[in-house]
Ligand binder design. Structure first.
Ligand code: FAD
Length: 290
């Protein structure tokens, strides 16, 4: 099922999982993703390892979830440092695997890429990948990433939104946001992108922080602002794993309830291959989701 057919007034959750980094981890990751699929979310997204190292697993996991559990899947695809030829191969493999939804991403610039001559790369931005997917004739529903707190490489929000509009106009059916911990940042962002003429559905991405070590990583990765309310919670409960997990799930649940109350209908949960976290958030919202 194409995700564009899913967007409606019905409140729903979707979950993100990531593929294993090694063959050895495959079975345990597959099991975790299946446990999450059993919760019957609106859809599940499967990320693509930086640089594409784990790309075969992205497809395997996405295909398995769709075929065994009937959950619509969204396979991520990055293009940075790839050649047009390899991307064409990936697109063909996705079609062969029956993938209908693709998240078209540039991918992060890794430290190994620093100092390389980027002018020679086939792909500089996600928009180049979107054009290529369209040109290939593959009939995918395509999504893209957006950043309520601006992308770390952007000079300012106006510039970021200008490029976002170009990216959407190139053929995106929806956007998923980077994680954020203060919903007001999302509301402000939505106002600005709607003003700029971006009308596609925007799915907010919520990351439940369930251990204190995750905080530093999340902030480094996303540059997200940590509200005082969240910092206090980490200060108080960070040293007790069970308490931190409970508090982090409660915080994410609160964020989601506020989003639903303010007109958002689908929230994407960065469930990080943790079925227990996905299950708890979903059960916290059981009456709300109906
Ligand atoms: P782009 O849209 O290309 O934007 C990157 C930067 O370039 C921005 O600053 C933008 O303003 C600027 N820009 C865009 N177009 C132009 C242009 N034409 N000219 C000049 N500047 C331009 N990474 C992975 O490796 N695997 C994943 O599975 C993955 N999943 C993600 C899912 C979500 C929801 C999000 C938010 C991020 C994900 N990422 C993933 C991380 C993502 O790859 C990085 O954030 C990356 O740095 C940017 O990707 P993008 O597709 O947003 O890039």
């Amino acid at each position: 099922m194409k995700l564009s057919e899913l967007f409606s007034d019905k409140l729903s959750l979707s979950f993100e999982v990531f593929p294993p980094k090694t063959d050895m981890a495959f079975d345990s990751v597959k099991h975790a993703t299946e446990e999450i699929a059993k919760l019957k979310p609106a859809f599940m997204s499967v990320t693509y390892g930086a640089g594409g190292g784990t790309s075969k697993y992205t497809l395997e996991i996405a295909k398995n979830i769709k075929q065994r559990y009937g959950v619509p899947t969204l396979a991520h695809l990055t293009c940075v440092s790839s050649t047009k030829e390899t991307v064409r191969e990936k697109i063909a493999q996705m079609q062969e695997a029956g993938i209908e939804n693709v998240m078209a991403l540039r991918g992060d610039l890794t430290p190994e890429m620093e100092g390389l001559d980027r002018s020679k790369w086939d792909y500089k931005h996600a928009i180049d990948l979107i054009y290529d997917i369209k040109e290939s004739g593959a009939d995918f529903c395509i999504g893209g990433a957006c950043y309520p707190e601006i992308h770390p490489e952007s000079h300012n929000q106006a510039e970021d939104i200008k490029y976002l509009k170009e990216k959407v106009d190139a053929g995106l059916s929806f956007l998923t946001t980077q994680m954020f911990f203060d919903n007001n940042l999302l509301y402000n962002f939505l106002y600005k992108i709607r003003e700029a003429g971006i009308t596609v559905p925007v799915i907010p991405g919520i990351m439940p922080i369930t251990n204190a070590n995750q905080v530093e990583r999340a902030v480094k990765l996303s540059g997200s602002f940590m509200p005082q309310r969240f910092k206090s919670l980490v200060d108080k409960f960070g040293s007790s794993p069970d308490a931190m997990k409970q508090a982090g799930i409660a915080y994410a649940t609160d964020q989601i309830i506020d989003l639903f109350a303010n007109g958002i209908t689908n929230v994407h949960v960065y469930s990080m291959n943790k079925p227990d976290v996905a299950e708890k958030i979903q059960s916290n919202l059981s009456d709300i989701l109906g």
